[in-house]
Design a protein around this ligand. Structure first.
Ligand code: E4P
Length: 223
């Protein structure tokens, strides 16, 4: 399972990219606003210069022709840009047309395995079930990831399930166990995956014991 960062903050992306474990980025208008706004194209192109992998950028048009035109324009910003299109009638039709023309689509705001199957047939490269938002309303978000993966595998469909709206490290484990191809997460969740108090205690103890051992060696040398 590949790990993507779910943010439009260039600073966060620069910091996380240094760890060498991030292979893509997902953005949306909420994340763009949270990161301080600015020209969306500039932000996305800057991200493309930091992470060499799929960078998702959201399309906002609400009709098929508008979506197709906007998606082609956005996809032209950089070869790594993947256009994000919400799943509804217009989104599905636009995705069918775009995928036939080789434009990569991340079908977003997916909340059921039925929607995932439709996105797959429309040719979306990535299909994004929103786990946390389903959990928020009392549904089992990870079950949608697991069902979507199972359906794609059962029919040998080439689309990739991108587990999105992940809120904590247990979501990441759940996505991996469910067979998601990709998990996208905020930087805070990535840091949560990394940190463990026993690792910190272990490092402290090794440093203290190395100091003790060196001291013993020094006093043995003096005798
Ligand atoms: C990613 O593609 C989604 O836009 C993002 O994960 C949504 O996360 P949220 O539900 O925490 O806003």
């Amino acid at each position: 399972m590949r790990l993507f960062l779910d943010t439009a903050s260039v600073d966060e992306i620069r910091e996380a990219a240094k760890l060498g474990v991030i292979s893509g980025v997902t953005t949306n208008p909420t994340l763009w606003a949270k990161a301080g706004g600015g020209d969306y194209r500039d932000v996305v192109v800057e991200i493309c210069g930091i992470v060499d992998g799929p960078i998702s950028a959201e399309c906002l048009s609400r009709d098929v022709e508008g979506l197709v035109e906007e998606a082609k324009r956005v996809a032209g910003w950089h070869p790594n840009v993947v256009v994000k299109i919400p799943i509804d009638e217009a989104g599905l039709e636009a995705t069918s047309r775009l995928s036939k023309e080789g434009v990569k689509v991340n079908m977003t705001l997916v909340f059921s395995a039925n929607q995932a199957l439709l996105a797959a047939h429309a040719g979306a490269t990535f299909i994004s079930p929103f786990v946390g938002r389903l959990d928020d309303v009392g549904h089992d978000g990870m079950a949608v990831v697991a069902d979507s993966v199972q359906i794609l595998e059962r029919y040998h469909l080439p689309n990739q399930v991108l587990a999105a709206s992940l809120r904590h490290p247990l979501h990441v484990i759940g996505a991996a166990k469910a067979g998601a191809h990709i998990a996208t997460m905020p930087y805070s969740v990535l840091k949560g995956m990394l940190r463990h108090p026993l690792t910190d205690v272990g490092i402290e103890r090794f440093l203290a014991d190395a100091e003790k051992a060196a001291k013993a060696a020094r006093s043995a040398g003096k005798r």
